[in-house]
Design a binder for this molecule. Structure first.
Ligand code: ZN
Ligand code: ZN
Length: 281
């Protein structure tokens, strides 16, 4: 069945497969258009464009930017960006620098907790400039300190756990303005991560819309039908575009597959045109 997948990670950030392999999986799953949305980086897009041309899959240039939300984070996806925009790329490089300041501190905490690893090992495994906690989790897995990335987060890396170090993050309004200034459409990723009840989420999205938000990721791997319906309702009330994606990472989230998430995800093809129109305004 033809479908979209507008949320995918590759080896250019914390995914475990290169863009061409992600596209091969997308092709098998019936995905006709997709967005590569690596964290704070756009370097995976050329390879995706090339592979997409070969497979007949439309590539939407994208990115995912983490922003501050109290003690937690809101992730903002950007679609149809001018991904070669020098200002955008300088801003993304600044975000990656803040990761490089934070990651060695996390590694130091892990070492103090008895885990023998170095930040050089993490960078080597990552093989990209967009290094994040999932890469640290994979080194912990390789060294048998944990059995899965989930265990690494649950024991050490998640907010409030023993090796957690907060990161300097932009405000959501800034992340959205950066995307807008690169001609992209800002979309709130996995809105349920904000841990708000229905009315709280409505108010949050209302505020974000006033600050530049264009859409909401309604269809997502972990959403059940009731949650999808509630988000769809908020998107309609606020006149936000509806998007969706799997948030595929490969190894780090082994239960999520390209295009279909945990099996029940279908992002309708008809959502692409309105998004495209919004980007060309
Ligand atoms: Zn995210
Ligand atoms: Zn993501």
């Amino acid at each position: 069945m033809a479908r979209l997948d507008l949320h995918l990670h590759t080896t250019h950030s914390d995914g475990s497969l290169p863009p061409a392999e992600v596209l091969a999986l997308a092709h098998k799953a019936g995905v006709t258009a997709l967005a590569i949305t690596d964290h704070d980086i756009t370097t995976g897009i050329p390879e995706a464009l090339e592979a997409g041309a070969g497979l007949g899959i439309e590539i939407i240039p994208g990115v995912e930017i983490s922003s501050r939300f109290g003690e937690s984070e809101l992730h903002i996806l950007g679609y149809f960006l001018d991904w070669q925009d020098p200002t955008l790329n300088a801003r993304l490089a600044g975000l990656r620098d803040s990761r490089h300041r934070r990651n060695p501190q996390i590694v130091e905490r892990l070492r103090a907790l008895g885990c023998d690893l170095t930040y050089n090992e993490v960078r080597e495994l990552a093989g990209t400039e967009s290094v994040g906690r999932p890469h640290i989790a994979r080194v912990l897995m390789e060294k048998d300190y944990v059995k899965s990335a989930k265990e690494a987060f649950d024991r050490f890396l998640a907010q409030g756990k023993t090796a957690y170090v907060p990161r300097e993050l932009p405000e959501p309004a800034d992340a959205m303005a950066w995307i807008r200034s690169a001609k992209g459409v800002p979309v709130l990723a996995h809105p349920l991560w904000a841990k708000q009840d229905g009315e709280g989420l409505f108010k949050l999205c209302e505020k974000l819309k006033a600050e530049g938000l264009g859409g909401m990721e309604v269809h997502y791997s972990t959403h059940n039908p009731k949650q999808t319906a509630e988000l769809l309702d908020i998107a309609r009330r606020l006149d936000l575009l509806v998007t969706g994606g799997s948030d595929f990472h490969g190894l780090t989230k082994p239960d999520i597959e390209v295009g279909v998430g945990r099996g029940g995800l279908t992002v309708p093809v008809k959502l692409l045109e309105p998004l495209k129109r919004a980007a060309s305004v």
